[in-house]
Design a protein around this ligand. Structure first.
Ligand SMILES: [Zn+2]
Length: 310
């Protein structure tokens, strides 16, 4: 195997690790449910996973992490999924495993993975947007990941779309973020907002239904012409289409990759987003633009994190 590296994906529910070669091929991988959420518990789980993987000595490690990171310092600034704030994760990993570690935002890892082996293979100008529990984005500009001064670039989910006092509260603690208007975590609130305005819907029969308001159920209700579901999807598609269409105008990508749990569970919504972003982007930017689905699934982040390790 040429130039082996270790790819790690630390998710909110699962840990994954793989040995990956320089071309992006996974040779072996392991997956484990997150046990304890403290940094020490995650490190202990990763240690036993690496024992199982037995990667070559000295191979570097790339770690994708779903959080706001200060990449140059390797610090997790804020990870709401795990409840971490100001954790020096790169230093902890390097001390524990004695390897070079590169810490990257999970969507940056996914973008690198899809560009190396997936939906954007070979492309040098890529915008990748995932809508799941939250909203994440990565961008390749002339083949290089756009990270910004502190590694905080391309935080699309936390761009503000409402600056009023009544703007929705985001999981990051601020108000008016895009994520609070389109992501899976906020879909129940968005549906309840429509219902409070007086519309009736098959989506909510009782209080127990509210917690089950996921993208798959809203998609099914929209297909059955439920008025609230149609209104929610029209609003979400327009909001996401506007955000991503403006990215096309800003970045002039050759490929836009769409993925994440919400868009995967709702093909109808995904098609509307793809159409709306084309309607929003400036006309000249549509020439040679491809809008594609992510294809690597969970492997994208593992492959990308490994590819970014050095
Ligand atoms: Zn936010």
């Amino acid at each position: 195997m040429s130039d082996p590296r270790i790819g790690i994906d630390i998710g909110g529910s699962n840990l994954r690790a793989a040995v990956v070669d320089a071309t992006g091929s996974i040779s072996r991988s392991v997956k484990r449910a997150v046990g304890g959420r403290e940094p020490e518990a995650i490190l202990a789980d990763l240690a036993s996973m690496l024992e199982e993987l037995a990667p070559p000595a000295g191979s570097p490690m790339g770690v994708g992490f779903p959080a706001l990171l200060r990449v140059p310092e390797g610090i997790v600034v804020n990870a709401p999924n795990l409840g971490w704030q100001s954790v020096p994760l790169r230093a902890l990993l390097e001390a524990r495993f004695g390897r070079r570690v590169r810490l990257v935002n999970d969507l940056d890892a996914i973008t690198a993975g899809e560009a190396a082996m997936g939906a954007a293979r070979g492309a040098r100008h890529v915008v990748c947007v995932f809508v799941g529990t939250g909203v994440g984005m990565g961008a390749l500009v002339d083949g290089r990941l756009l990270e910004g001064l502190h590694g905080l670039a391309t935080e699309l989910g936390h761009t503000k779309i409402d600056r009023s006092a009544s703007a929705r509260l985001c999981g990051c603690g601020e108000r008016g973020c895009l994520e609070a208007y389109v992501s899976g975590r906020h879909l129940p609130d968005i549906v309840l907002g429509c219902v409070a305005a007086g519309a009736s819907t098959s989506l909510i029969d009782g209080p127990a239904d509210v917690a089950r308001l996921d993208a798959g159920r809203i998609e099914a209700a929209a297909l059955a012409k439920d008025g609230v579901a149609l209104e929610v999807w029209a609003t979400v598609a327009r909001t996401l289409g506007t955000a991503i269409g403006n990215l096309v105008t800003l970045f002039n990508p050759e490929v836009v990759v769409l993925g994440g749990g919400v868009l995967e569970a709702a093909p109808g919504l995904r098609a509307r987003v793809a159409a709306d972003l084309r309607a929003c982007a400036a006309r000249p930017h549509l020439e040679d633009l491809r809008v594609v689905d992510s294809v690597l699934g969970d492997d994208a982040g593992l492959i990308g994190a490994a590819m970014l390790a050095s």
